[in-house]
Design a protein around this ligand. Structure first.
Ligand SMILES: N[C@@H](CCC(=O)N[C@@H](CS)C(=O)NCC(=O)O)C(=O)O
Length: 236
């Protein structure tokens, strides 16, 4: 495998769950990498050069020499294949069935829980907590997330799949949409998620410098078109 420099293309608010995944993956693999920030509110990812480079114009993207790949799950798989255990720690479980369960969880966290993600966007985790209650559909998705977490978190805590793997961080991130917005989370799951959040790879993302406030233009981004704000507006 070529020994080329690694560059993570991240976004400027440092609030993307997908950038979080790739950031944690790079840290856990023990890799040195540079960061290029792409401003989504300025539509920099839609520029012809970024589109050309990344194919799908999404953040995160990982550059490794002359190769660029986007999609956080593809980035995790690439890092696992290019920086093999045991020289580099694993991102996914060794056992085939546990690895399948880990991939199931990662895919579900990306494809499901859409109402929860809309009503508890990550800007409520890193800028200002939500003040608008969850809708019935949001509550139902929160309950489903907690049901899955209660099934997966071991009775005495610790990694989901025997040894730490990337879905531990991703599930903890999703649970923090509830925790940081004051929702009731069963103590065992809450303690597990908070312990996972303290891991240095996660904390280095949580503590990364970011703007003081969520820019108003965030709500003009195509992905947020029509999304209701999670904050009530005084006087309305
Ligand atoms: N499934 C993708 C999702 C990536 C994604 O949606 N990234 C957002 C930022 S959180 C983005 O690039 N938005 C800009 C756009 O869609 O134009 C992944 O796992 O990486």
């Amino acid at each position: 495998m070529p020994n080329d420099a690694l560059v993570l293309h991240a976004e400027t608010l440092w609030a993307s769950p997908y950038v979080f995944s790739s950031w944690v993956a790079l840290h856990e693999k023990g890799l040195r990498f540079d960061v290029r920030e792409v401003s989504l509110v300025d539509l920099e990812n839609r520029s012809s050069s970024y589109r050309e480079q990344t194919l799908t114009a999404k953040v995160p993207a990982l550059e490794h020499g002359d190769f660029v790949v986007a999609e956080s799950s593809a980035i995790a798989e690439y890092l696992e294949d290019a920086f093999l255990p045991p020289s580099h720690p694993r991102l996914l479980p060794r056992d085939a069935r546990q690895r399948a369960r880990a991939r199931q969880l990662m895919a579900w966290l990306r494809s499901d829980l859409g109402v929860l993600r809309t009503e508890r966007p990550t800007v409520t985790m890193f800028f200002t907590p939500a003040t608008v209650p969850l809708s019935a559909a949001g509550e139902a998705e929160a309950a489903e997330l907690l049901r899955v977490a209660e099934r997966l978190v071991p009775p005495r805590g610790g990694p989901l799949f025997g040894a730490w793997s990337l879905p531990d961080a991703e599930l903890a991130f999703m649970l923090h949409r509830l925790i940081l917005n004051g929702h009731e989370v069963p103590p065992r799951v809450r303690t597990w998620a908070e312990d996972e959040w303290e891991r240095p790879s996660a904390q280095s993302f949580v503590r990364h410098s970011r703007p003081a406030a969520c820019p108003e233009r965030y709500w003009d981004m195509p992905a947020n078109a029509g999304a209701a704000r999670p904050w009530s507006i005084p006087g309305r």
